[in-house]
Every structure is written in structure tokens, then in C-alpha cells.
Ligand binder design. Structure first.
Ligand SMILES: Cc1cc2nc3c(=O)[nH]c(=O)nc-3n(C[C@H](O)[C@H](O)[C@H](O)COP(=O)(O)OP(=O)(O)OC[C@H]3O[C@@H](n4cnc5c(N)ncnc54)[C@H](O)[C@@H]3O)c2cc1C
Length: 229
């Protein structure tokens, strides 16, 4: 479709913004700040995500690490080993580049009234966890397991000292959760690679006695699948 026809359609479906910061924050993750008048005054709940046009008409999904109601969204994009349009965009986009994204959405969000919050996931999930943890008070009961490829892939999460950090290949996430055996009664947030998410959910429900409605799951990616959402 010619740009003259496409742009008005995209203007209806997406918000326009400009990249105002792009820099590494971990070994394989980049901080991207996107700003624009269209991003001001949105309703964003901790844990929600945006879908970004990462090239042509290709959409990829990224959690909102931080939202500034004056009109700025902070993302953290992983340069994962398989590559893909999202990873390529994340590592090449620069300050001044134009971006189109959809409004924040999603139900994988903080349940702030829970008595205990358990976070389980890997690098990509830790972005959503960062937003959720930032919204929890100092005296909140927090535990969980976060796995990364290497220690220098760890995002600086609020309350990070309450989480068990794992390096891939040593202990698996399901094993670590089995060992943690969090007491039921709170809310568990489980995200990241699809099969691991299912395994962790089974451990919490079948072995640790959690009510399945208290285990919020969100597969973020799956080997061999492109743009899971
Ligand atoms: C709700 C939600 C929130 C998300 N938040 C974030 C976020 O904040 N930051 C972030 O970096 N990602 C996040 N993701 C994951 C991101 O959308 C996917 O990793 C996406 O597939 C990347 O697009 P791509 O074009 O690089 O790869 P794709 O073209 O989608 O996939 C190509 C291949 O790469 C492999 N692959 C894809 N993702 C990964 C990965 N993460 N690790 C290892 N291998 C992978 C798979 O084998 C896949 O077949 C989120 C996903 C969802 C659903």
C-alpha cells in the first residue's frame, strides 16, 4: 500500500513517538525511551505492554518498564540469540528515530492487594516485574526466582535482594521454584519462555498447593514461534 494511504490508517491504529534515549542497561538489553504528545495521559497499569511497529507492518510486544504521564514510555529490549525483527529493531534504533506503537494493554498486571507477591521468569519477564516491583511498598512480602543468561544480564529491579537470581544452565527455573516452595495465599506472576511458564505453573499448583487462579501466567515467547503476541 502506498505511504499516502498507509499513514492515515496507521495514525488511527497507533501512536506516534520519537526515541529520545537508547543505551545499553545490561549486557544484552537496551533501554529505549520513546516520547510524544500522543503518549501523554495514558492509563498504564504495572505489568502492561505495548505493541511496537518494528519494521514495515511487523509488530512486537514489549513491557512498559516505566511510564511518565507527561508522555514518555521506557522499554527494555533484549538482543536475544535467535535474532528477529524485534531484536534487530531494539539494537539498531537510535535517538531521533520515529516509532509507532499501540496503547498499553494487558492483564498480566500487579494485584496490589495480594498478601504475598511471587515473581518467576527470565530476562524478558524481568521488565514487567520491574514495573510491578516499583509499585510495591517497602514492607510488601516479595519472593521469586529470576533467571538470566549471565549475571551481567540482570536488570536493576526494585527489591532485587528479595529475589533468587539464577544463571541459565546451573539450576532450571522449575527446579528453583520447587526448592523455593512459596507458601500459597498470595499471587504468583509467571512469564517468559512458554514451556517453562507451564512447568512452573504446574509446580505451584500441583506441588506447592496454589489455587490456579492465583497463578498469573503469560508466555512471552516460544522457540520456533515468531512474535508470540
Ligand atoms: C506481554 C509480552 C511482554 C514482553 N515484554 C518484553 C520486554 O519487555 N522485553 C523484551 O526484550 N521482550 C519482551 N517480550 C518478548 C518479545 O516480544 C519476544 O521475544 C519477541 O518474539 C521478539 O521478537 P523478535 O522479532 O526478536 O523475534 P521473533 O521473530 O518473534 O522470533 C524469532 C525466534 O527467536 C526466538 N526468540 C524469540 N524471543 C526470544 C527470547 N526472548 N529469547 C530467546 N529466543 C527468543 C524464538 O526461537 C523465535 O522463533 C514480551 C512478550 C510479550 C508477549
Amino acid at each position: 500500500m502506498p505511504a499516502a494511504l498507509l499513514n492515515p490508517v496507521l495514525d488511527l491504529l497507533t501512536l506516534r513517538a520519537t526515541v529520545t534515549a537508547a543505551e545499553p542497561v545490561t549486557a544484552r538489553m537496551r533501554r529505549l525511551r520513546v516520547e510524544g504528545d500522543a503518549l501523554a495521559g495514558l492509563e498504564v497499569r504495572p505489568g502492561q505492554q505495548v505493541r511496537v511497529l518494528v519494521g514495515g507492518l511487523t509488530l512486537r510486544t514489549y513491557s512498559v518498564w516505566h511510564y511518565d504521564p507527561s508522555g514518555a514510555v521506557e522499554l527494555r529490549v533484549l538482543d536475544h540469540s535467535e535474532g528477529g525483527p524485534g531484536a534487530r529493531w531494539g539494537k539498531s534504533v537510535g535517538v531521533g528515530d520515529q516509532v509507532r506503537l499501540r496503547k498499553p494493554e494487558g492483564t498480566f498486571t500487579l494485584r496490589s492487594d495480594a498478601t504475598h507477591h511471587v515473581f518467576v521468569g527470565e530476562e524478558t519477564a524481568s521488565v514487567a516485574f520491574g514495573a510491578m516491583l516499583a509499585a510495591l511498598p517497602e514492607d510488601a512480602r516479595i519472593s521469586g526466582c529470576v533467571e538470566t543468561e549471565a549475571p551481567d544480564d540482570r536488570l536493576p529491579l526494585p527489591h532485587a535482594d528479595r529475589l533468587n537470581w539464577l544463571t541459565r544452565g546451573a539450576t532450571s527455573l522449575p527446579d528453583a521454584v520447587q526448592r523455593l516452595a512459596p507458601e500459597p495465599g498470595g499471587i504468583a506472576y509467571v512469564a517468559g519462555e512458554a514451556r517453562t511458564v507451564q512447568q512452573v505453573r504446574q509446580i505451584l499448583v500441583r506441588e506447592a498447593g496454589w489455587d490456579r487462579r492465583s497463578v498469573l501466567t503469560k508466555p512471552f515467547w516460544a522457540p520456533g514461534k515468531r512474535g508470540l503476541e
